[in-house]
Design a protein around this ligand. Structure first.
Ligand code: F6R
Length: 245
């Protein structure tokens, strides 16, 4: 795992956006894996600003999002489809039909999971996967204990994850209890992974990632087994951890 140190959240977002823009410019048909949550919003606003100012085009890009809440339709402002449209897709020239977010409102959610997994493989997999990390080490919504072999599946969200995400809802009770997520095995098939870590509240997670064992009790630790991972972390997340040996 290679790590790039950023000064702060803005700097991390800019470095990550530049990294993605360069990849999109050199590989116009790139397949991106995208994340939601607080961490990537700064990246997306940088991509939108660059598209407006410099015209970087996304016409050939395909995207697959990591996850979606069960029970929310794509028009619900708390759904991740809505988030992606609002923060990115509606402001760049990506073809909407080439943007995929798992469906949380299907009648047969298990079939939906299998279809999503097949779709990614049918399109020959993800070239560059963007990831955030939960304070408990989750990636996507793969909570501690999830099998490293897992494919797209339905998960029960932990209390801590629901609490962390309650800031987007009116109350904790409104936060869905289940989500669809790409599995850890699905994520590991990506050819390259870019992991973003920002803020003091993620310091323990970053430390565990660097110093702990590869173990299913800390999902992100699996990334140590991936051949091509770049972490962009800011000073607040790094703290006094020695990230370069
Ligand atoms: C979001 C996702 C999650 C988040 C993680 C961190 O699509 O898959 O794993 O990346 O929960 O969330 P933030 O960025 O809000 O701290």
């Amino acid at each position: 795992m290679k790590i790039i140190e950023a000064n702060d959240y803005q700097d991390m977002s800019k470095i990550a956006a530049d990294y993605i823009m360069k990849k999109v410019s050199t590989s116009p048909n790139i397949k991106l894996g995208l994340a939601t949550g607080g961490t990537p919003t700064g990246i997306y606003s940088n991509l939108v600003a660059d598209h407006r100012e410099n015209g970087t085009t996304y016409r050939g890009v395909t995207s697959f999002n990591l996850d979606e809440y069960v029970g929310l339709s794509g028009t619900d402002p708390n759904s991740y489809r809505y988030y992606m449209d609002h923060h990115l897709f509606d402001h760049i020239d990506i073809q909407k039909e080439n943007t995929f977010v798992p469906r949380g409102d299907m009648d047969n959610i298990q079939d939906g999971c299998a279809q999503y997994e097949n779709l990614i493989q049918k399109r020959n997999g993800i070239d560059l996967q963007i990831l955030g990390i939960g304070e408990n080490g989750h990636i996507g919504f793969n909570e501690p204990g999830t099998s490293f072999e897992s494919k797209t599946h339905v998960v029960q969200l932990t209390h801590s994850t629901r609490e962390a995400n309650a800031r987007y809802f009116n109350s904790l009770e409104e936060v869905p209890t289940e989500a669809v997520t790409m599995g850890i095995g699905s994520i590991m098939k990506s050819r390259e992974i870019l992991l973003l870590i920002s803020g003091e509240q993620k310091r323990e997670a970053l430390k565990k990632l660097f110093t702990g064992d590869v173990d299913e009790s800390f999902p992100a630790s699996v990334l140590k087994n991936h051949p091509y991972v770049t972490i962009i972390a800011d000073k607040a997340a790094i703290g006094d951890l020695k990230v370069h040996s």
